[in-house]
Design a protein around this ligand. Structure first.
Ligand code: ADP
Length: 717
């Protein structure tokens, strides 16, 4: 007799033991149905062993006839859970994103001509059988293109002129062709590509940091490693920060490999998710492009993961299982023994540190191909160049846009703030409009006439009276958002074609792509955008980028603020000058002496990294030490505070660990829940995940109270 450990996709501490029926042949990774209480639930086998004497266990009911998860995938689930102090069941739930994908695809009737001519060839029948039309097709499709009713198709089946085929609804993906001709690489790109291909040929675990300036052709270079993985008949996963913004990037895959890749994002509908999941699990989808959750797809034979824009914060999932897909991709590669490529123009300090210490291969692309050069970046000291009263654009920015317009070039004005104004204040009583259940100011959106909370999505019609003192017409917009900057730009340049690009104006992926295409085609003169414009677009006629507020990311107690600001501004400025015409960027700032901005202006990354790494080392912050955060939240302030204090009192004593807090985070209240926070700093040798797990197990929060553990936090809100 055997026992099996079964993991269910639920948030409980671990797997449960079951007896394996005599006649059932089980392996690790098999999907099974087993009873939990009165229910039959689907789970996965994570362990097998001899039955223990005298221990009565419930029996597994049924083994599901489907492809099992690989043993590496089981290990990956367990590893993710352990490292991030989550339950393995929660992680398994992230894996099992489509139950239907475990079954074969549903089928649907298609029809095609048999070649036999019907005895009576009426005009409708002739239209249905028209040569050159695509067959097999569904009866409704055939009928509508022939302009007849579907009964004509069925009638043709009866007389033997057409046949019915049951075809899968979820069509397989086309096979990518690694030898489809790509772009001709420059010498520098060729060398970089060779190094990556050589890593691939080792067919072993490796991490390469592809560190290339903006526009240096990193995509073209890593495509060569992708091609090598495909030649080895393996699967490739390319992680991108935001798939909705990558639509233009998708055509590049098509150009290089001749087919569209499979696309994965968690917001996709049931049917596309089911199709991708099944095809990935069967090893038939070879090329997958996806957002972070794609890392938990059950690849049958993964050979390469590329993490594009590896520094991007959207790789961190902040809810449910809190994990960083960039870091977990390295774990996954290690467990299965394959390669990872981290690509970025502004690598995270952690990755740079690992590259320099020899843990990662470091592959550098210092130049843009052809005539393109990096933009020249300048700072505009706002103390010396004050904008007109009530305005936000200084004279140097306006002049630069004007000069561009005169040449027929495009400009971009960057401000990472949606809406018209970030603050609405009453001139009579000083009241600031606040979100009802969250510590966040309401943002005025003039285009829609609403006041919105950007944290929770709460919105209301813009009031005409002050909600506090009831004064009429006293509410004033304070500070700039993209709408206001666009308004100001229109005043300076009434003839220019100005558009706003933010998540409010972008719409669906097709609308985004349409607008980006128009920008690339030169149909927009001035694009005013939020961080949505930063990622992955190439605009050949864009020569000037103006950053409206270079200080925006620097405020607050976030130890990564300098790094983020530096990364974002390099990426924003890097949109300019991607083709023949050189680009230029100007950054408006009140802190021209800040090292991140100085380094930007000097084009000296080393300067910035040197200062930043020295500071991290001094403070014992990552990559020189470990950091975790705990957010304690609940409906009552006093109880939340006392739960946080109790947590601190229960902290196990350990060498090399320091606990800071509890304190009130910048967002002290979110959707009605009060929040308190702890930071835990540990020396490099400490197993911080294990420490946190032991600690967490000592405390059981009352109903409605939550304790969230965040290993290596990226958000300090
Ligand atoms: P990165 O990801 O490094 O910012 P991309 O891969 O997006 O750079 O390339 C930037 C632009 O340069 C793209 O439009 C790309 O098509 C073009 N490009 C890259 N390599 C070459 C090359 N060898 N020859 C011509 N154009 C290139």
């Amino acid at each position: 007799m055997q026992n099996a450990q079964i993991l269910f996709p639920v948030n409980v501490p671990g797997a449960f033991d079951y007896a394996v029926p005599e006649d059932m042949d089980l392996s690790i990774g098999d999907f099974v149905y087993a009873p939990i209480g009165k229910q039959m639930k689907l789970g996965v086998v994570t362990g097998l062993g001899p039955a223990e004497e005298g221990r009565e266990l419930k029996e597994i009911a049924e083994r599901k006839a489907t492809r099992p998860l690989s043993p590496e995938m089981i290990k990956f689930i367990e590893w993710t859970a352990k490292y991030n102090v989550a339950s393995p069941g929660q992680v398994f739930r992230m894996v099992l994103r489509s139950y239907k994908a475990l079954d074969p695809s549903p089928v649907v009737s298609h029809y095609m001509p048999t070649g036999a001519a019907p005895s009576q060839l009426t005009p409708s029948r002739r239209a249905v059988l028209r040569e050159g039309d695509p067959f097999p097709a569904r009866a409704s499709e055939i009928a509508s293109r022939a302009g007849v009713s579907a009964s004509v198709v069925k009638g043709l089946v009866k007389v033997g002129a057409m046949q019915e085929l049951a075809l899968p609804v979820d069509a397989p993906f086309d096979e990518p062709n690694p030898d489809h001709p790509g772009m001709e690489l420059t010498e520098g790109q060729e060398d970089a590509a060779k190094e990556l291909v050589a890593q691939m040929q080792l067919q072993d675990f490796s991490v390469s940091l592809l560190d290339g300036v903006t526009g240096s052709g990193k995509t073209e270079v890593y495509f060569e490693a992708v091609a090598e993985a495909l030649r080895q008949s393996g699967q490739v996963l390319i992680l991108v920060p935001e798939i909705a913004l990558t639509q233009a990037g998708m055509t590049r895959f098509e150009k290089r490999f001749g087919v569209k890749p499979a696309e994965w994002h968690s917001a996709a509908g049931d049917a596309p998710r089911r199709r991708v999941w099944r095809e990935v699990a069967q090893g038939r989808a070879k090329l997958v492009v996806g957002a972070r959750s794609a890392l938990y797809l059950p690849f049958a034979d993964l050979k390469l993961i590329v993490v594009d824009e590896e520094h991007d914060t959207s790789y961190k999932q902040e809810e449910g299982v809190i994990y960083n897909a960039r870091d977990m991709s390295i774990v996954r590669a290690k467990l299965s023994g394959h390669a990872v490529i981290l690509a970025s123009a502004t690598p995270s300090l952690e990755s740079l540190h690992n590259a320099r210490s020899g843990k990662f291969a470091h592959i550098v692309l210092p130049e843009r191909p052809g005539a393109a050069v990096l933009p020249d970046i300048g700072l505009v000291d706002l103390k010396e160049n004050q904008p007109e009263k009530g305005d936000f654009l200084s004279a140097p920015l306006i002049e630069a846009v004007r000069a561009g317009l005169a040449q027929g070039d495009q400009s971009m004005l960057y401000l990472n703030r949606r809406g018209y104004a970030p603050l609405i204040i009453c001139r009579s009583c000083g009241e600031k409009l606040k979100s009802p259940d969250t510590d966040s100011w309401l943002v005025e959106h003039r285009a829609t006439g609403r006041a919105m909370c950007h944290l929770t999505g709460f919105s209301m019609r813009m009031p005409t009276l002050c909600p506090n003192c009831k004064a009429e017409d006293s509410l004033t917009a304070v500070g700039p958002g993209v709408e206001r900057v666009a308004e100001e730009a229109a005043r300076h340049f009434p003839e220019a074609r100005i558009e706003i690009f933010s998540s409010d104006t972008a719409g669906n992926p097709n609308a985004i792509r349409e607008r980006m295409d128009r920008m690339a085609a030169g149909e927009i003169d001035i694009l005013v955008g939020t961080q949505m414009v930063v990622k992955g677009h190439n605009f050949p006629h864009l020569t000037f980028v103006g950053v409206v507020d270079g200080d925006l990311g620097l405020a607050g107690g976030d130890p990564r603020a300098g790094e983020r600001t530096y990364q974002t501004l390099v990426q924003v400025a890097g949109r300019a000058g991607r083709a023949e015409k050189p680009g230029r960027a100007l950054i408006q700032t009140h802190q021209p002496e800040h090292e991140a901005l100085l380094a930007l202006a000097a084009g000296d990354r080393e300067l910035f990294i040197g200062v930043e790494l020295a500071m991290r080392e001094m403070l014992g912050l990552p990559p020189f030490g470990k950091l975790a955060a705990v957010i304690i939240s609940g409906p009552e302030l006093k109880k939340t505070e006392s739960l946080a204090k109790k947590m601190v009192n229960l902290a196990p004593r350990a060498e090399g660990i320091e606990i800071l807090g509890p304190s009130e985070p910048p967002i002290g209240r979110l959707r009605g829940a009060f929040r308190r926070r702890l930071f835990i700093q540990a020396e490099p040798g400490v197993n911080l995940s294990r420490y946190m797990a032991v600690w967490r197990a000592k405390i059981r929060p009352p109903a409605k109270y939550k304790i969230q553990i965040d290993i290596d936090p990226q958000s300090f809100m």
